[in-house]
Design a protein around this ligand. Structure first.
Ligand SMILES: Cc1cc2nc3c(=O)[nH]c(=O)nc-3n(C[C@H](O)[C@H](O)[C@H](O)COP(=O)(O)O)c2cc1C
Length: 388
């Protein structure tokens, strides 16, 4: 059994275990991948202030996200095709999150369906919505999330059109993988993945196949989703979706202070400062760099969460000290899932919690609520000096 001490350890095992097509799908950003790289490297530019001779006993990472108690403010982000990273991936990740005490967000583009996850965990989870042109399908999807007792709707706003990731096109990404000479050659080296996948509950998009007329196989599905994302989504439509849902709403993909103000005006429960992990607008600034401006604009009006680039508990602490009330991990939990299934997701969460707790102690803090700018050393021009 390998000794796992950090998220990179999980990533190395993940890379060995999972077919190249799905590894590449997770491990890429759009176009030049500048934003993808910046998301993590900008966290490294922020340093921490060490404090000594402070009583560090009785520390806690417990907190709340949108009023929900969490063991630490780190939710699992919605990740499409999670069930291709490991058999029954969404069910396993959701169970790991539930047992750990953090929220799990199920993607619209998941392999396991809303109903699979609800049945497997028997507990509320969050559902992420992509809006499609087919309004009737969206209405039914929202109703299915309500029926499954989902406790928040996460509406993603930054993917009305797909950012191009070169590797996905070159690999011919599909779920399940199409059997070409290249994929067969690769799959033969990933036999453990393949054997588990043979026993998986599903290998196609569970929220879509069987719920939309005319979809019989996954190959037509790729084209269908590309056509179906609604390019006309605007604030009026978002407001309607919020009304349809009628429960807690998180608006995901906000990177601009004016957009953050609109989200607050609409009465969302939280926003996620996010650039989709660098997978959409390449050249956009990292989430952590945009956070201060967004906190200035809406920090007092709405709960602000952040994702993109988090690979450690130290990154989580930096985001919290800059004002975020919650964070999400995407790839960090996918590495764990691909490496070791449910246990790997638990390990990823344990690693992050331990790093968060130790860093908090060495910064002289016992509670997350006490974190603030006084814990950080932020480069003077961190937010950038850009022309107006
Ligand atoms: C492989 C992959 C698939 C994703 N699929 C979705 C999705 O279906 N819906 C969504 O809102 N965000 C999706 N995201 C974005 C994540 O929710 C999150 O914003 C991002 O992963 C955060 O960056 P990180 O991976 O650096 O933590 C995806 C991200 C990855 C890496």
């Amino acid at each position: 059994m390998p000794v796992i001490t950090n998220i990179d350890d999980l990533k190395r095992i993940y890379e060995r275990r999972v077919p190249r097509m799905f590894y590449d799908y997770a491990e890429s950003g759009s176009w030049t991948e500048q934003t993808f790289r910046d998301n993590s490297s900008d966290f490294h530019d922020i340093r921490l202030r060490q404090k000594v001779a402070v009583d560090m006993s009785g520390r806690s990472t417990a907190s709340k996200m949108i009023g929900q108690e969490v063991a630490m403010p780190v939710a699992l982000a919605p990740v499409g095709l999670t069930g291709m990273q490991h058999a029954d991936g969404e069910m396993k990740a959701a169970k790991a999150a539930l047992d750990f005490g953090v929220p799990f967000t199920l993607s619209t583009m998941s392999i396991n369906s809303i109903e699979d996850v609800a049945e497997h965990t028997g507990a509320p989870f969050w559902f992420q919505l992509y809006t499609m042109k087919d309004e009737d399908y969206v209405r039914r999807l929202i109703q299915r999330a309500k029926d499954a007792n989902c406790s928040a709707l996460v509406i993603t706003l930054d993917l009305q059109i797909l950012g191009q990731r070169h590797k996905d096109l070159k690999n011919g990404l599909s779920a399940p993988p199409k059997l070409t000479a290249k994929t067969i050659a690769n799959l033969m080296t990933k036999w453990a993945w393949g054997i588990e996948m043979l026993g998986a509950k599903r290998r196609e998009f569970g929220n879509i196949v069987g719920h939309v007329e005319g979809i019989s196989d996954a190959s037509s599905l790729g084209a269908w989703t590309a056509e179906q994302f609604d390019p006309s989504l605007d604030w009026t439509k978002i407001e309607k979706l919020m009304e349809q849902w009628g429960g807690k709403v998180i608006l995901k993909g906000i990177l601009d202070p004016e957009d953050a103000k609109m989200a607050a005006k609409l009465g969302a429960d939280a926003i996620v400062v996010s650039n989709h992990g660098g997978r959409q607008l390449d050249g956009a600034l990292s989430s952590i760099r945009m956070l201060p401006q967004i906190m200035d604009a809406v920090g007092g009006d709405i709960e602000v969460h952040l994702d993109s680039g988090i690979r450690s508990g130290q990154d989580v602490l930096k985001a919290l000290a800059m004002g975020a009330k919650g964070t999400y991990i995407g790839r960090a939990f996918v590495y764990g899932l691909g490496a070791m299934g449910q246990k790997g997701v638990t390990t990823a969460l344990e690693v992050i919690q331990k790093e968060l707790d130790t860093t908090m102690a060495l910064c002289g803090e016992r509670n997350l609520a006490d974190l603030g700018p006084h814990n950080l050393l932020v480069p003077q021009d961190f937010c950038g000096r850009w022309q107006e």
